[in-house]
Design a protein around this ligand. Structure first.
Ligand SMILES: Nc1ncnc2c1ncn2[C@@H]1O[C@H](COP(=O)(O)O)[C@@H](OP(=O)(O)O)[C@H]1O
Ligand SMILES: [Mg+2]
Length: 269
């Protein structure tokens, strides 16, 4: 869908947005406001959005943009076949707590599928990329390494990743059914990147998320060989199929977990 040079362009846009975020992160004080849905937003979210929006329109004018910070009405976007799906700063709560676990997310959606995605981690400088036909890779300081979602040797104790700030009853019920696991709480789409690089095995998201939280990380994970499947039936997560912007519950996993029928046969709710 995208070629290597377009992916490099996308990476440059995500890094520019990350630099804008860091200019706010490094200040002593930044303003935190509440949006209409009572979720926090900072100057960093808005600056990052502006950088991404401006550059996507400049370098990829053929595709419209749907961003957490500029939602387009369903009447208009229901006609879209291809579009950018953007979360300019995923993990705003982690940004406010200054724990570094926040990301820039840009995904290309084609007929509902996340066909390409870039997830940039401003504090570490890690950039995770995934694209249909090209695979997935990680870039840090010009060093490129390819990503494989299956861990090199299957761990005795599976690593489950979960949200740091949004734990849900659905997740707690799910974990209560498992016996032996290590739980790693991580903010933002970083969880999907940890699966993509084989550092975690399972990410059950049994609670609401918005499209832009997940799409870029899904592309990174899927093109590294992992899966991101609806909890209510096992189909891959898709976008722009309905007016609502929230995802169904899902389970994301490294390739290894696909072999584990006990988990992935998943009793649905
Ligand atoms: N009930 C809910 N509905 C929609 N999105 C939710 C949600 N609970 C958490 N999220 C989203 O999950 C993101 C954080 O992910 P995590 O909990 O894995 O760290 C947040 O994104 P933003 O920080 O971009 O607002 C937040 O908006
Ligand atoms: Mg988000």
């Amino acid at each position: 869908m995208l070629n290597h040079s377009q992916m490099q362009q996308l990476q440059a846009i995500a890094i520019a947005a990350g630099n804008a975020i860091m200019s706010v992160y490094r200040t002593q004080d930044f303003n935190v406001e509440l949006k209409a849905d009572q979720t926090p937003v900072t100057q960093a979210d808005l600056l990052s959005h502006q950088v991404i929006n401006r550059n996507l329109q400049r370098y990829f004018p053929q595709w419209p943009v749907l961003s957490e910070e500029s939602v387009v009405a369903w009447e208009q976007r229901k006609e879209w076949q291809q579009f950018w799906l953007v979360d300019p700063l995923d993990g705003t709560k982690e940004f406010i707590k200054r724990n570094g676990e926040f990301t820039v997310n840009i995904a290309l959606i084609d007929k509902g599928e996340a066909v390409a995605g870039v997830v940039y981690v401003p504090v570490t400088g890690e950039c995770y990329c995934g694209c249909k036909g090209l695979g997935s890779w990680k870039i840090i300081k010009d060093q490129v390494s390819s990503l494989t979602a299956s861990a090199p040797s299957r761990r005795n104790t599976p690593v489950i990743v979960s949200s740091r700030s949004h734990v849900t009853p659905g997740l707690q019920d799910f974990l209560a059914t498992l016996q032996n696991f290590e739980l790693l709480e991580v903010g933002s789409s970083l969880k999907l990147c940890l699966l993509a690089e084989g550092r975690a095995d399972l990410y059950p998201r049994l609670g609401d998320t918005s499209w832009w939280d997940i799409a870029a990380g899904q592309a990174v994970l899927e093109h590294a060989g992992g899966k991101l499947l609806r909890y209510d039936g096992g189909e891959p997560l898709r976008y722009n199929q309905t007016a609502q912007l929230t995802n169904p519950w899902f389970i994301a996993c490294s390739a290894d977990w696909l072999l584990d029928s006990e988990v992935m046969s998943g009793e649905t709710e």
